[in-house]
Design a protein around this ligand. Structure first.
Ligand code: UDB
Ligand code: ZN
Length: 185
């Protein structure tokens, strides 16, 4: 069973700008969004991973990564910094409406389901963001206030909608350049 084929970063389609989805949402879009969430859930399921050795445990997925250049993302993780608070979202047309000047980065760097090669270095992202979107699970417009790790995951996924990959953000001259007042996670 293969739910999705993940588009790799040698494909130009990953570099396109995605387009907004129109309302009312079609059945196809709802199904696609919920399948993206299900893919992430399964990708973290031990039993599923036993049988699908080639699948990596995903915390987020953007539609361009499954060959659809539309503004749709799913995230599925628990935030270890907030008592394992669950972040399970499928968002239609997500927009970052504000971001802090304060930055943060993952001390182990980032990877991507669409990128097989390792790219070492820090990826500085806004420490706090607000995201407006249509929540496909609850079928309502929402505004999320995110901080730290969740903010990083949502920024990584929203970057995909703009054709941006994590390694685009790595400083080429000094990949591990430290920024005095940014937060390491
Ligand atoms: C991921 N997974 O899904 F802290 F149990 C990454 C991959 C690329 C390594 C599969 C991940 O970070 N898993 C994880 C992290 C933990 C604890 C744990 C599992 N993505 C999503 C992606 O590529 N979306 O497009 C990369 C992440 C790097 C920073 C944010 C998203
Ligand atoms: Zn990615």
């Amino acid at each position: 069973m293969e739910l999705f084929k993940i588009v790799k970063d040698n494909k130009k389609s990953l570099r396109l700008r995605s387009v907004d989805i129109e309302y009312p949402l079609s059945k196809e879009i709802k199904e696609l969004g919920l399948n993206m969430l299900e893919y992430l859930r399964l990708s973290q399921d031990e039993e599923f991973l036993e049988k699908h050795k080639n699948i990596r445990s995903g915390v987020g997925l953007a539609a361009p990564q499954i060959g659809k250049n539309i503004n749709l993302i799913a995230v599925y993780f628990n935030n270890f910094e907030e008592n394992n608070k669950p972040y399970h979202y499928v968002l239609v047309n997500p927009k970052i409406v504000s971001e802090s000047t304060k930055k943060c980065y993952l001390k182990n760097g980032e990877g991507c389901l669409s990128v097989d090669k390792e790219h070492e270095g820090y990826i500085y992202r806004s420490y706090r963001i607000k995201v407006k979107a249509f929540d496909l699970i609850n079928e309502e417009f929402i505004e999320l206030s995110l901080k730290g790790y969740p903010a990083i995951v949502f920024q990584h996924e929203i970057d995909h909608l703009k054709g941006v990959l994590f390694y685009d953000h790595i400083n080429k001259d000094n990949p591990f350049k430290t920024d005095a007042d940014s937060i390491e996670i």
